[in-house]
Design a protein around this ligand. Structure first.
Ligand code: NAP
Length: 341
């Protein structure tokens, strides 16, 4: 209920948030899950998930999320629309202002707000995302056996996607807006040396073709020998336009962690905005952040693995750490009451 004081709020309803909700609800913490701006998270943008343990025939991304939500609700987790706009976390209780304008007070917070894959802004990408257009080669690469595919981007993500896709696709073409890669030397070399990976330099994606029934069937690209063709075209410079037949397009232009509300709160963020989780006194990983009572799970704290299964794992870690924290502060409160009595 809005305005109510909670023991535990979980921000985000992707795999990490749902996994945390299942664990927390089973521990009788009555978690409230804020569904966020993209309810269900990135999995709702993919079709079949074939690498989540326990589903030998694969499972739809949306179905996996729906099942996770039902599982959390079965144990008593509550769900509410909205996301956190501002967080005051420098003392108990933590105070959260929501996008709905409501204020929530809570003793613990699990941040599972994810990272949003950046989109290029090409025509038809809304319609074709999940239908041959993807932001995750590990999730969707195996559906492109024998296809010619495009990977957009010039960083490590794009190289990683291209190398992964080369196992399935007939050919992989990296489409990059400049003639120099941003990727690390080692990743760039691996991609350059792969016989099934080609590069289209100084090129950007303008439009995708196809339908939800047929999937992606082609792409229109623009190019200019000096790079950044879209910008050039906007400045009135002539650019070359070409339509190419492709059976799949993958975006690898980076992710943005959803942590704007944590800036200036004391929660440590790395240079790219990802939450830095802390190690305990023995050096082991925890889901704790630099601020007491605030925990993090899933892609919001993971620029490296970004898998549904790892998000589920860190979601459970965050719930277990939050449970231990709530127990500790409750014991401290009782001791303080007994001492003053
Ligand atoms: P990134 O390093 O920021 O690279 C993004 C790439 O996409 C750049 O080449 C950029 O072009 C291009 N790009 C950005 N916006 C674009 C747009 N609107 N249209 C077309 N192209 C666009 O992101 P990342 O590759 O995701 O890597 C992020 C961090 O994670 C890096 O530190 C990386 O090393 C790390 N990472 C490591 C690994 C690994 O080691 N296995 C794997 C993945 C990521 P410009 O170059 O022209 O800016």
């Amino acid at each position: 209920m809005p305005g109510e004081r909670r023991d535990l709020v979980i921000a985000g309803s992707g795999v990490a948030g749902l996994s945390a909700a299942v664990y927390a609800a089973r521990a009788d913490l009555d978690p409230l899950v804020l569904e966020g701006d993209e309810p269900g998270g990135q999995l709702t943008l993919t079709t079949d998930v074939e690498n989540f343990l326990g589903f030998p025939d694969g499972v739809g991304g949306m179905e996996l999320i729906q099942r996770g939500k039902e599982q959390a609700e079965r144990f008593g987790a509550e769900f509410q629309h909205g996301s956190i706009e501002t967080a005051a976390v420098d003392g108990q209780p933590l105070e959260l202002t929501l996008s709905t304008g409501e204020t929530l007070r809570t003793r613990a917070l699990i941040v599972a707000t994810g990272a949003s894959a950046r989109w290029v802004g090409a025509e038809n990408e809304d319609e074709l995302m999940g239908y041959g257009l993807s932001t995750c080669a590990t999730c969707d690469g195996a559906f492109h056996r024998g296809d010619d595919v495009f990977v957009v981007g010039g960083g490590d993500s794009a190289m990683e996607e291209a190398l992964f896709l080369a196992k399935f696709a007939d050919s992989v073409t990296v489409v990059h807006r400049r003639d120099e890669l941003r990727a690390s030397e080692i990743m760039a070399d691996r991609a350059r040396e792969h016989e099934d990976i080609q590069f289209r330099w100084n090129t950007e994606l303008r439009a995708l073709h196809g339908s939800q029934e047929e999937g992606v069937t082609g792409a229109t690209v623009v190019s200019h020998p000096d790079g950044h063709p879209t910008q050039k075209a906007a400045e009135g410079v002539d650019v070359e336009t070409e339509r190419v037949d492709v059976g799949g397009v993958f975006y690898g232009i980076g992710h943005t962690p959803n942590t704007a509300f944590l800036e200036e709160t004391g929660v440590e963020l790395d240079a790219d905005g990802y939450v830095v989780t802390q190690t305990d006194e023995t050096g082991r990983a925890t889901a704790e952040t630099a601020v007491e009572g605030v925990f993090a799970a899933g892609d919001v704290a993971d620029p490296s693995y970004r898998q549904a299964i790892t998000a589920a794992g860190t979601g459970s870690m965050a719930a277990l750490d939050a449970e231990a924290y709530l127990e500790r502060i409750e014991n401290e409160r009782r001791t303080a009451v007994e001492t003053t009595a």
